[in-house]
Design a protein around this ligand. Structure first.
Ligand code: IPD
Ligand code: CA
Ligand code: CA
Length: 259
């Protein structure tokens, strides 16, 4: 019931994404210059919440647009109704619904659905990760210098020593391809299925990382903060890799090693 509700909720949100995509929707600004929210973000979130509340009204919820609903339950649904809103607003088909389910403080299940590419990623703790029901695995690359990486930049770039641009420069100057797709949930899933060897970002929120974090781990990858410690969705810095280039990437991120 938990899994079927998660899948139904992700599909309900994605139906709203598809309905509004490339149409004339209302856009407004959140904190930061290009931190957008559209009518579609609200419609997707409403559709997702209505599925969850109809089955599990007692569960807790943390949703990007409507905030936190704290209740006496071991379950918490962590929802990003559109991850990649800037892409969505520009008609770029790299955006998705991301929903993670936390149980007693640990991620138990996650779903990321990009309806434009018809890619549905799913993971359950201890049971592996899938893309459209087919098992996925991280890549086999063992050297960061040969890796294909992805990152993202925060909406408000306050002067950060050892920040996103400095780290980006360290990889780019060595000729390492570092992509920037604009959806952290998709970045994580593309590490999980081996398209990317690593992903790092400085300022993620719980709804950006909750589902993708579990999907990477269940696909055999590694996710930590920038010190190499166990990742928590409630802190901002995330490094996700195939596991094999993790230590090397940590050393470059922390400026302890040149590639
Ligand atoms: C954003 C995307 C982007 C990342 C930002 C996030 P949103 O989420 O995941 O890739 O760089 O940090 O806020 O605003 O599109 O839901
Ligand atoms: Ca997001
Ligand atoms: Ca969002």
């Amino acid at each position: 019931m938990l899994k079927s509700t998660l899948i139904e909720a992700a599909k309900a949100g994605a139906a709203e994404i598809v309905r509004f995509f490339n149409s004339d929707f209302k856009i407004s600004n959140k904190e930061g210059v290009n931190n957008l929210v559209t009518e579609a973000d609200h419609a997707s979130e409403k559709a997702i919440l209505s599925v969850i509340k109809s089955r599990f009204p007692e569960h807790q919820v943390l949703a990007e647009e409507s905030g936190e609903m704290i209740q006496d339950s071991a379950y918490k649904w962590i929802i990003d109704p559109i991850d990649g809103t800037v892409n969505f607003a520009h008609g770029i088909p790299l955006n998705c619904v991301s929903i993670g389910i936390e149980h007693n403080g640990e991620m138990a299940m996650g779903a990321v659905y990009n309806p434009h590419l018809n890619e549905f990623y799913f993971a359950e703790k201890g049971k592996g990760a899938t893309l459209n029901d087919n098992p996925i695995r991280v890549s086999e690359e063992t050297q960061a210098v040969k890796a294909c990486l992805v990152t993202g930049f925060p909406y408000t770039y306050i002067n950060m020593p050892n920040g996103p641009l400095e780290i980006f420069e360290r990889f780019i100057r060595k000729g390492v391809p570092v992509r920037r797709l604009g959806s952290a949930a998709i970045d994580l899933c593309w590490v999980a299925c081996g398209r990317f060897d690593g992903f790092y970002e400085h300022k993620l929120e719980a709804w950006d990382s909750a589902a993708g974090y579990l999907i990477v781990e269940e696909a055999g990858g590694k996710v930590t903060d920038f010190t190499g410690s166990k990742f928590s969705v409630y802190q901002h810095r995330l490094l996700a890799t195939n596991g094999k280039i993790h230590d090397e990437m940590l050393a470059v991120i922390n400026n302890k090693k040149e590639l």
